[in-house]
Design a protein around this ligand. Sequence first.
Ligand code: PLP
Length: 422
Amino acid sequence: MTAPRHPALTATDPELASLVAAEEDLQARTLRLIPSENYVSAAVLEASGTVLQNKYSEGYPGRRYYEGQQNIDRVEALAVERAKGLFGVDHANVQPYSGSPANLAVYLAFAKPGDTVMGMALPMGGHLTHGWGVSATGSWFRGVQYGVSADTGLIDYDAVRDLALAERPKIIFCGGTALPRTIDFAAFASIAKEAGSVLVADVAHIAGLIAGGAHPSPVGHVDVVSTTTHKTLRGPRGAMLMCREEHAKAIDKAVFPGLQGGPHNQTTAGIAVALHEAAQPAFTRYAHAVVANAKALAQALLERGFDLVSGGTDNHLVLIDLTGKGVPGKTAAKALDRAGIVVNYNTVPFDPRKPFDPSGIRIGTPSLTSRGLGTAHMPQVAEWISRAVDAAAAGDEPALAAIRAEVADLMAAHPAPGLPLA
Ligand SMILES: *Cc1c(COP(=O)(O)O)cnc(C)c1O
């Protein structure tokens, strides 16, 4: 018998402990290509599981509504200082519980219910919280939406400008969840200025690339930067809002007391550690390796006859249109999962199919790069995807099982940060 990985949890709640252990094994054995996921380091994991959990601290460092903040204030101040240093901003708020509430705080700071707001349409690659109908942001505000052009798959900045000048939105969001190309923050800034709009860059997906210098920064172009901390930035699940000094009060007031109560101090600690890690030279190498891997993977997929939205990628993400392969996105995603390759099905721009069963899959390289895979591995990854999609079309379950075993072998040789070794 080896000692249980989580002894206290195993003693108290063996049922839950076994689920955690099963998830550890699943993450260890499979190849994660979901572009919004990553592996936090053991240090981030430890910081996020501390007794900081036990403390209430409504307010901000030095201005709390509860006593006993001697250490918590310093933890939050550290996270704030590190965010400011890493991204080169005047002000950072590290309290938003996640990306969606961070964006909601932006609405609270700059708009009133019923105001017009503008963002990229969800099926074009935007996020729900950018004014899409089923989101609170689309029902409490009047969302108008831009997309990409049908022939290039790229944002048509002239069309964005026309819409902005016609609608004069209070807030414009740029950024999204399925954009494989570099965002031109300067172009958005000139549009927002002309339209008199507050410009928000939602860099949830690419924050780590920005921190590592592998994607241009929105800082200096936009009013507010919103980001999650758990995607390419490789921190715990959480979010940050960053801005120039002139918006600092409005942002802080919107987060607390506008939208939230006590901050999750254990998460703040994990964010502080992740920001420290992201300031190291190794993280700069990581960010560039993520992009190099995505480009190599895109190339290897093109060579295997895959159709990629916009023809390739500039960042960590590749959006595959499977129409030509004759396999719907959901069927492919589920087959890939059985083959030990974890992706998500996704709409492609102008998708004729329904969002719950769309034409594409979305993949990305942040996680595999965290495990130390490099460009030399990407043809193998593309080959597995190709074989799995063909197997899905043919209903060939043994082929999927064979891939799963091959994937597990490679993953065993590349353990993920933060996971116990098998
Ligand atoms: C992930 C994401 C969010 C939302 O983050 P949650 O933490 O899931 O609420 C918001 N905007 C963009 C662009 C995202 O990619």
